[in-house]
Design a binder for this molecule. Structure first.
Ligand SMILES: [Zn+2]
Length: 262
């Protein structure tokens, strides 16, 4: 490693956006999974694509009532959008956070609860890998997409490599903080179903450069949970809890930023 020009490094970090400027609205991309001909999991007469769009719309409505947030949806209707296009949309909008919504299916009918997935560098367990391969299926149909989001660090200078590394570390730490905040919100509510943090190489949370989470809101294969998921009240409750967690996460980010600046 060459000796770095500190001023150059600081300038690069500032440009990279790791140090956000004065607070503008916190921009969240909500990504309702699947859509159009890709229905996602279908069980007990529930289409995953429909269910997650309903929860996404409720979450969007809550966030838009709060001026601190700005929302972009990857899809607002029942339509096809490829996984690479979802990532492109998120990257293009320079969002602060990416939240993908899905519903789970398992061969064991007893499986239940909410699962929060984030992407880090640890090897995922087999079950998570299988789920990720199911959720990633759509991308196999659009493999022509060029994988230009990956970075070849060796071609870059030291400063760029360090900024890239800081950005990646920041993304992992923030994504973990986000999933922990979500889990706490679930644990604070005694009526909640169980909530688990997992990690798996889902396409959308692996390829986005901002902190991201993929939420499996429940198991369509669990008859009791499937019934609850069809209830509009329960969908609102899910949206409300995610909203509460996002508000709490943003407060943590603001506090951390204030500390850095002081
Ligand atoms: Zn899904």
């Amino acid at each position: 490693m060459n000796i770095l020009n500190l001023r150059q490094l600081i300038a690069a970090i500032a440009i990279s956006g790791l140090w956000a400027g004065p607070a503008s609205a916190f921009h969240i991309v909500i990504d309702p999974g699947h859509g159009g001909t890709d229905t996602g999991a279908v069980h007990s007469n529930i289409k995953e694509a429909d269910l997650v769009l309903k929860v996404a719309n409720k979450l969007k409505a809550l966030l838009e009532k709060n001026e601190k947030f700005k929302v972009t949806m990857t899809r607002a209707a029942d339509r096809n959008i490829s996984l690479p296009d979802r990532v492109k949309l998120a990257e293009g909008s320079k969002a602060d956070l990416f939240v993908s919504l899905h519903a789970n299916a398992a061969s064991d009918q007893r499986a239940k609860g909410v699962e929060f997935f984030f992407q880090n560098n640890l090897p995922p367990d087999e079950e998570s890998l299988f789920l990720a391969s199911q959720e990633n299926q759509a991308v196999l149909n659009s493999m022509h997409a060029t994988d230009d989001t990956s970075n070849d660090l060796s071609k870059k200078g030291d400063v760029a490599a360090i900024v890239e590394d800081l950005r990646r570390q920041n993304r992992i730490t923030s994504s973990l903080r986000l999933t922990q905040t979500l889990t706490q919100t679930w644990e604070n509510d005694v009526r909640s179903s169980q909530a688990t943090i997992k990690q798996a190489p889902f396409y959308v949370i692996s390829k986005t450069s901002m902190p991201s989470v993929l939420i499996e809101v429940g198991f369509l294969t669990n008859p009791r949970e499937a019934k609850r998921l069809t209830s509009a009240d329960y969908q609102s409750d899910l949206a409300q809890k995610i909203y509460t967690a996002l508000v709490s996460y943003k407060e943590k980010v603001d506090k951390a930023e204030a500390k850095t600046l002081n």
